[in-house]
Design a protein around this ligand. Structure first.
Ligand SMILES: [Fe+2]
Ligand SMILES: [Zn+2]
Length: 436
């Protein structure tokens, strides 16, 4: 079988490190040991000196010739102010610069989020011993070693080994006619029936205002509580088959917010309906949890006019920034238009976005599978939430320069978006127990 289990850490690896220990000792040693992994990619990114200012002191990281340097001080064109604990959590891969952005506490007195994201990529390479992506480094091969058709879709008649190979190679799947149309019609009707039961501020739904002046419920969480059809779908062999494609014992969500039902209105002017480019690990914990699998069930079909999922092929195998898409990224962007009853699957590490509808609305349900925990769920999993997206509360400075293709502050699915992971489940259980 094929594996997309990229995990290298467990909660036992969370050690906490002070800025002085990290910048003063560990990072110079890591920069020497892993320089070859980070240097070519850092050159392509064109990183310039970047300073971290913390209550414990200031340090500037830079690429100088063929080496990375770490020096005291903040004489750099980009400067981020961080708490000591922010540095510790960055090092332990519990947060990313996107976490600071979405929490509304990204503090950059010079430079912008794009500079921070570039250095996040370089630091991850140095800390984790993983190569920064470089142009041409990710290729795509079919099972017979021929070229892989990235536009390929599959049907229930196809061989699971073919599906698994494509998913591992490309980072996504388009499954055609996976569920009968009548089943989708039932789910669509259930969505219409359930919607009046949701209200703004109920903690179980997302809302958006449209240019036409409507206040629309765009995301109904815990939708399984409202639809026998969707419960039946989650219990079906066709659904279980998706979770069984990869090695690792993927688990479906069995409690909590098992599945979300989304309406995609046209002309959203306020609130989050269509999420821009991101990985589901964009807020951290990649090395603890990736790759989970997110499953989109196309209730009404989707295309460029009604909005659709778009993915960056191979991005799950590339150490690239976890949100926004750099304009110079060499990896192919693939549109995933779907018919009613089709399914999309993407890995939590695959860059993806929802294209807003312009002509017709659409309906889609999202659920997923997660890897079982590797060891006792502790601090790291308690830090994770139920995977519900969070809305950004703004950032100091623009969210990235044009060369990076960064956009405005956005909603990014929190906690890896792997809401089916047993780790999350343990997290909630423990949190509840602690709360009693
Ligand atoms: Fe996502
Ligand atoms: Zn990841």
């Amino acid at each position: 079988m094929v594996s997309l289990d990229f995990r290298t850490r467990t909660d036992a690896d969370i050690r906490g490190v002070s800025p002085g220990e990290f910048f003063g000792g560990e990072l110079p040693a890591l920069a020497a040991a892993h320089c070859d992994l980070a240097l070519p990619g850092a050159r392509e990114l064109g990183v310039e000196p970047f300073a971290f200012v913390t209550p414990s002191g200031a340090w500037t990281v830079a690429l100088a010739g063929d080496a990375f340097t770490v020096t005291p001080g903040d004489d750099a064109p980009a400067v981020a102010h961080c708490a000591d604990d922010d540095v510790s959590q960055l090092v332990d891969d519990l947060v990313t610069p996107m976490t600071f952005l979405t929490a509304g506490r990204l503090r950059m007195v010079r430079g912008d989020l794009g500079d921070f994201l570039d250095w996040w990529v370089v630091l991850r390479a140095l800390i984790d011993g993983r190569a920064v992506h470089t142009r041409g480094a990710v290729g795509f091969a079919a099972r017979d070693d021929g070229p892989l058709d990235l536009g390929r879709s599959f049907t229930p008649a196809d061989d699971d080994a073919e599906l698994a190979h494509f998913l591992a190679e490309a980072g996504y799947l388009h499954l055609r006619g996976w569920f009968p149309r009548e089943w989708m019609d039932e789910i669509a009707a259930d969505m219409d029936r359930a919607r009046p039961g949701y209200a703004r501020g109920d903690g179980r739904s997302w809302w958006a205002r449209t240019a036409a002046g409507e206040d629309r419920c765009v995301r109904m969480q815990y939708f399984d509580e409202h639809s026998a059809a969707v419960r039946e779908l989650l219990a079906s062999d066709a659904f279980a088959r998706i979770g069984g494609l990869l090695e690792g014992g993927y688990e479906a969500r069995t409690e909590g917010n098992r599945i979300e039902a989304l309406d995609k209105p046209i002309g959203v002017v306020e609130g989050i309906s269509d999420v821009p480019w991101h990985k589901d690990c964009s807020l951290g914990m990649h090395s603890y949890r990736c790759c989970g699998l997110t499953v989109g069930i196309s209730v009404t079909g989707a295309d460029a006019r009604s909005g659709q999922l778009r993915v960056v092929a191979g991005s799950h195998r590339a150490l690239v920034q976890p949100a926004f898409l750099r304009r110079d990224c060499d990896l192919p962007v693939v549109d995933l238009p779907t018919g009613t009853g089709d399914v999309t699957v993407h890995a939590s590490c695959t860059l993806h976005m929802a294209q807003p509808p312009v002509e017709r609305e659409r309906k889609v349900c999202y659920t997923g599978f997660g890897l079982p925990p590797r060891g006792e769920a502790g601090d790291a999993h308690r830090r994770a939430d139920d995977g519900s997206p969070r809305e950004a509360r703004g950032a100091a400075g623009p969210a990235g320069g044009s060369r990076r293709g960064a956009g405005p502050p956005v909603a990014i699915p929190a906690g890896g978006g792997q809401t089916g992971s047993a780790g999350n489940r343990h997290s909630r259980e423990k949190t509840r127990k602690r709360g009693r």
